[in-house]
Design a protein around this ligand. Structure first.
Ligand code: SF4
Length: 315
């Protein structure tokens, strides 16, 4: 039977602060998963540490509540071992753009088919409101003793520069718009990032719902076409998307900034090198026969030498 929206909900109490922007992201995820009719047994959500990290407990699909900053490597391992799965990462701005920033860049470079949902509230909510990498310099949300002295990261610019082939920004209080972004990102074949703006009602008294209501606008309403139809269009489209992403004090753009389906994924590249990869990926291979491991060090060394290095490594 086709899963309904209720089928994606668990019985676990959702214990975020009342009014937290995470609720909107969760609601949009339920709707997107249901409308895409994703099979729970073929879907995996991986999270890091932070308020957003609790998401896998609330969604009835496979889930991993991983460690701080390492949700993306977990997700990459899952996807590479079993490319048949739909893999989604949920992480906060502190997790994905602080300790985990290198992994975010690596995912973009590889263009592996994973969707990253960045919960962006500009503070470390779970640890009581310290400045996160997206908090602008000179601002002082209420938990900071003094204004922030570091520059902020623009997640859209970082994703574009890293090689993500789907880059978008949503706002948690525009639920239907966010749901459509999630559906487009999950359906996109390649690395996708959605920067989701969300108030942290407990620790961020600057980037509130009122703040966003006055500033957010949809780039599609202003005629932006994010689609790359030919590899030669990439550079120009990327530069335009970058320009649009530079938010100012007055206006914050949301929508799809960039979408490129002309670039091959890491799975495609591995399959060209190992033709059996997509039909016989690691997750479906036997690892033992009658209690004895099938993959011995000798066999592994031969496979590695044949496919990944010019000459056999000296051991
Ligand atoms: Fe949400 Fe902030 Fe509360 Fe965390 S601390 S649950 S981000 S409102």
């Amino acid at each position: 039977m086709a899963p309904s929206l209720a089928d994606y909900k668990t019985d676990v109490w959702v214990d975020w602060c009342p009014g937290c922007g995470d609720f909107g992201i969760l609601a949009a995820m339920y709707k997107a998963l249901a409308e895409l009719q994703l099979k729970p047994e073929k879907t995996v959500i991986v999270s890091g540490i932070g308020c957003s990290g609790k998401i896998p407990h609330f969604v009835r699909v496979n889930g991993v509540h991983a460690i701080h900053g390492r949700a993306i490597p977990f997700a990459m391992g899952i996807k590479l071992a079993n490319p048949d799965l739909t893999v989604i990462v949920n992480g906060g701005d502190g997790d994905l753009l602080g300790i985990g920033a290198g992994h975010l860049v690596a995912l973009g470079r590889r263009n592996l088919d994973i969707t990253v949902i960045l919960h962006d509230n500009r503070v470390y909510g779970l640890t009581k409101g310290q400045a996160s990498p997206t908090l602008e310099k000179n601002l002082r949300p209420k938990a900071l003793p003094k204004p922030n002295i570091q520059d902020s990261i623009n997640p859209i610019a970082l994703a574009l520069a890293s090689g993500f082939t789907f880059v978008a920004r949503g706002y948690t209080m525009m639920l239907d718009h966010l749901k459509e972004l999630l559906k487009a990102a999950i359906s996109h074949r390649g690395a996708a990032l959605i920067d989701v703006l969300q108030p942290c009602v407990t620790y961020n008294d600057i980037h509130t719902a009122e703040y966003y209501r006055e500033r957010v606008y949809r780039i599609e309403d202003e005629g932006w076409d994010p689609v790359v139809r030919n590899p030669v269009e990439r550079q120009e489209k990327m530069l335009e998307a970058l320009k649009i992403s530079m938010e100012d004090e007055v206006r914050i753009p949301i929508g799809i900034f960039y979408q490129d389906s002309t670039k091959d994924t890491l799975e495609d590249r591995i399959a060209r090198r190992l033709p059996s990869y997509l039909i016989n990926p690691p997750a479906v291979q036997k690892i033992e026969d009658d209690g004895r491991p099938i993959l011995t060090w000798e066999i592994f060394r031969k496979i590695f030498a044949a496919h990944f290095v010019e000459s056999e490594p000296s051991l």
